[in-house]
Design a protein around this ligand. Structure first.
Ligand SMILES: C[S@@+](CC[C@H](N)C(=O)[O-])C[C@H]1O[C@@H](n2cnc3c(N)ncnc32)[C@H](O)[C@@H]1O
Length: 282
């Protein structure tokens, strides 16, 4: 998925209203702070084909920006309070205001019309904790560095995607790694990746639902899932993880673990591509 400030499984750029602040450093900090405060808006294409829409800050007279989102992609807007999104149907044009701090999806309603609905990024199944979007390798490396991973660690990536975090943990940090994903395609990619990296003996990939998984032997857990998904995982963390186990999350916090956060890092890949890492100690 494309990008935006710390917002996650996200692409697109920050299009909403610019604040008065001119200093670029301060501006960036403001965007990150807003994102941390949960003021970003994300809009996912949950349709089977691409979708075109325009966007502008709500109430603004400036010309809107054109956007095209492919299936599964997410645009994230980290500035401004509300945005107005406009998209065309066959016989009508829909204009809708989206509120800050919320997630939305393009989906079809019961009559087959395209609509924007709030929540869950259009995920169809309650078991689905996040769409597949890879953590950029540079961010994955910082997550593992922040958790000071070494050869004594067992690193679990919950919802491992193509296995890159687990593979990197073994290849570069000498750790043992376990990746869990419920999508067989992801597990195949992970196994292939581990073979190519020559770390198949120190990595394991399990096909399954992380909500039902046993990861109690982890010393470090990494996740790149949505905030609400991390919230669902929190009781499992508390039940399974030994005190002292580190949990590094990409872009999304673990609600309810504010007092367990021990570090936080911003990784700026480009001025409009900023990622957040949160580090917790169980
Ligand atoms: C945003 S991707 C993150 C991939 C990888 N961790 C990374 O950071 O590059 C989320 C992954 O979680 C997987 N996933 C979502 N819900 C899951 C569940 N309940 N059990 C296992 N995997 C899940 C998806 O298939 C997807 O590959």
């Amino acid at each position: 998925m494309g990008v935006v400030v710390a917002a996650g499984l996200a692409l697109g750029a920050c299009k909403a209203k610019e604040p008065e602040v001119r200093d670029p450093h301060l501006k960036r900090q403001l965007r990150v702070a807003r994102s941390i405060a949960g003021q970003s808006i994300s809009l996912r294409n949950g349709l089977e084909g691409f979708v075109e829409y325009t966007v502008k800050p709500a109430g603004s007279l400036e010309p809107p920006e054109q956007r095209i989102l492919d299936t599964g992609e997410i645009d994230t807007y980290t500035e401004g309070e509300r945005i107005t999104v406009t998209f065309a149907r066959l016989y009508s044009v829909v204009r809708q205001d989206l509120d800050s701090g919320k997630t939305y999806s393009f989906v079809r309603d019961d009559t087959g019309e395209v609509v924007i609905k709030e929540g869950w990024h259009g995920l169809k199944h309650p078991q689905d904790l996040a769409p597949f979007v890879s953590t950029p390798l540079a961010v994955a490396e910082k997550m593992l560095e922040l958790a000071q991973v070494d050869e004594d660690d067992v690193v679990y990536d919950l919802g491992c995607g193509d296995g890159r975090i687990v593979i990197l943990a073994a290849q570069k940090f000498g750790a043992r790694g376990v990746g869990i994903d419920f999508n067989p395609k992801r597990i195949e990619e992970s196994l292939q990746g581990a073979l190519e990296a020559g770390v198949e003996d120190r990595t394991e990939f399990r096909l399954g639902d992380v909500l039902k998984a046993d990861f109690s032997d982890a010393t470090v857990v990494t996740v790149y899932l949505l905030t609400r998904s991390n919230e669902r995982l929190r009781p499992l963390f508390e039940e399974q993880l030994r005190p002292g186990t580190l949990v590094a999350t990409h872009n999304y916090r673990v609600p309810g673990w504010e007092n367990k956060e021990i570090d936080r890092k911003t990784v700026e890949l480009e001025p409009t591509n900023v990622h957040l890492i949160f580090l917790y100690r169980r």
